[in-house]
Write a protein that binds this ligand. Structure first.
Ligand SMILES: [Fe+2]
Ligand SMILES: [Fe+2]
Length: 347
């Protein structure tokens, strides 16, 4: 019934252990997942908490994780527990309200929002993590960046598959074509999540799934929760496509800078390969996503334009919050993680 019986604990297939709580909401959810029979937090308390804060985002993260790989020792039936889904809905409302309020001007002009993604800032505008890492990133910062990003990249492309049954025609065919590449085009060793695991190993990090959840700041959890939120709800299919488009379109220039940063820091070839691969593959993916996935979806459902714009703007907004957090910490010379990497937290 629980996940741990199906895989040996050190195997790459083993689910991670439960993380540490970050406040009263996540504490009670984690106690329930651990089978302690604790009372669940009330919807009002969830809605009142900071929509960008550690406590709310850890709560959302662990509840979403039940739909991915789960946690060792947690009953798999809790994935569809009505009471937990009720708490999750309250947290999603708080998060989504904040995103609608803070992410950007909104509107229905998808072409304008996509064009804005393709405008590279001229040089470093002082807010770009990839510019910073390319120019002066130190090895410890590249390690922290990879540890933080591992929450995202080790489930890269997974939540985007949830949209496939909700699409048809051109949008569906193109979405699956891009996802086929993300999942290694038939080769397990080329799955992008695997390429990222290889990068982590090259950097001396522990590449096990979920390993750096406790270390990751709220801003990093929010970027992962965003794609889970959009992926799990059919009503947010437009936003999911907007998120996917943003990832694919902004990837080539950022990946080029990160490949250079890794080269300069003397990282191994596997570390560079992940970003080299994305420079090449995403140059094609961005065209397919823009013209076929977005174009096809809008042809079928023009009423989703505002949601696609929301997906694009919310992704940019949360990336900015994460980038600002990382750069502020690094400029002061201290860790951007909740606890610095130590010899024990490395591989
Ligand atoms: Fe990828
Ligand atoms: Fe891609």
């Amino acid at each position: 019934m629980t996940t741990p019986d199906t895989a040996t604990p050190r195997s790459p297939a083993a689910p991670p252990g439960l993380p540490r709580a970050r406040g009263p909401l996540s504490e009670s959810i984690l106690a329930v997942l651990a089978g302690d029979g604790a009372p669940l937090p009330g919807a009002d308390a969830v809605r009142r908490s900071d929509p960008y804060g550690d406590d709310l985002h850890l709560l959302l993260y662990v509840l979403y994780e039940l739909h991915y790989r789960g946690f060792a020792g947690v009953d798999e039936r809790l994935e569809w527990d009505p009471a937990l889904l009720g708490v999750r809905a309250a947290a999603e409302d708080a998060f989504l309200d904040a995103l609608r309020r803070d992410s950007g001007p909104g509107g229905r002009d998808v072409a304008e929002a996509v064009d804005a993604l393709q405008l590279e800032p001229v040089g470093d505008d002082g807010h770009s993590v990839t510019h910073h890492l390319q120019r002066e990133g130190e090895l410890w910062q590249l390690r922290e960046y990879a540890a933080v990003r591992s929450l995202y990249h080790l489930k890269e492309a997974d939540p985007h598959l949830w949209v496939v049954p909700r699409l048809r025609g051109r949008a569906k065919a193109a979405m699956v074509a891009v996802e086929f590449d993300e999942f290694g085009a038939g080769r397990a060793e080329d799955i992008h999540a695997q390429l990222f695991a290889d990068l982590m190993t090259d950097l001396g990090l522990d590449a096990r799934y979920g390993r750096y959840l406790d270390a990751a700041p709220a801003q990093a959890l929010a970027t992962v929760n965003l794609m889970s939120l959009f992926g799990l709800h059919r009503r947010l299919r437009g936003a999911l496509v907007g998120h996917f488009a943003t990832v694919e379109i902004t990837s080539p220039p950022g990946s080029r800078r990160l490949a250079q940063a890794l080269r300069r820091a003397g990282a191994g070839s596997a570390a560079q390969r992940f970003y080299d691969e994305h420079v090449e593959a995403d140059a094609v993916h961005e065209q397919v996503v823009r013209h076929e996935v977005i174009g096809g979806l809008l042809e079928d459902e023009p009423g989703l334009a505002a949601d696609i714009v929301l997906g694009i703007e919310a992704t940019g907004h949360l990336e900015d919050l994460l980038g600002d957090h990382l750069l502020a910490a690094w400029r002061e010379g201290h860790t951007a993680l909740r606890a610095p990497l130590t010899p024990e937290s490395l591989a």
